[in-house]
Design a protein around this ligand. Structure first.
Ligand code: FMN
Length: 179
């Protein structure tokens, strides 16, 4: 089984949690990591479409790892979907490049789990916030796995980061869903 991890963080020099998760993913056998800002900076038009699409085609499971900023995807991740998930490749007549693959979202968030609840400040769940990823996955025929979200991730302690890494490795080693 091959796993592709697409990482995006607009401020890599300020990242602790995402960086630690990216680093641990790179040590797991069968996992390929591609960091959008490392490869392309913040150039929303600079993607190497052939390389990105090939990386997707070779994967059985695609993990998207990014922090929640203003309850949204990062700019480069959104741009990646715009450019890489192209008409005629990901969707459109006879286009089925991603069909049957698993999408796994892994995200870090500053706010607590309670904040992301109907009773919490934002009156929205993490599932609600991640709707664009879920809808996109289903639109191109992917399976959508339960997202893994790390809350309270601002200034997380080294112990907390180590726990995040452990949980991420466990998830990366899960077998593919059979359904
Ligand atoms: C510009 C900006 C916007 C943010 N917006 C949110 C937000 O909408 N919801 C939230 O839970 N955390 C928010 N945060 C906190 C980040 O999610 C948190 O800092 C990040 O997940 C920690 O991971 P990192 O160490 O890799 O940056 C925001 C942080 C920044 C810098």
């Amino acid at each position: 089984m091959k796993t592709l991890v697409i990482v995006s963080h607009p401020y890599p020099e300020r990242s602790k949690a995402t960086k630690a998760l990216e680093e641990i993913a790179a040590t797991v056998p069968g996992v390929t990591v591609r960091n959008l800002e490392t490869l392309y900076g913040n150039n929303i038009n600079g993607f190497d479409l052939t390389a990105e699409q090939k990386a997707q085609e070779e994967a059985d499971r695609v993990v998207y790892l990014f922090p929640i900023h203003w309850f949204n995807l990062t700019p480069m991740l959104k741009a990646y979907l715009n450019e890489v998930w192209a008409y005629g490749w990901a969707f459109g007549p006879d286009a089925a490049a991603l069909k049957g693959k698993e999408m796994q979202v892994v995200t870090t968030a500053g706010a607590s789990k309670f904040t992301y609840s109907a009773e919490g400040l934002i009156k929205s769940s993490m599932e609600d916030v991640l709707t664009p990823m879920k809808a996109s996955a289903y639109y191109v025929g992917m399976k959508y796995n339960q997202p893994l979200a790390f809350h309270n991730a601002i200034g997380a302690s080294d112990e907390a980061i180590a726990e995040y890494q452990k949980a991420f490795v466990t998830l990366l080693n899960l077998p593919l869903a059979t359904a």
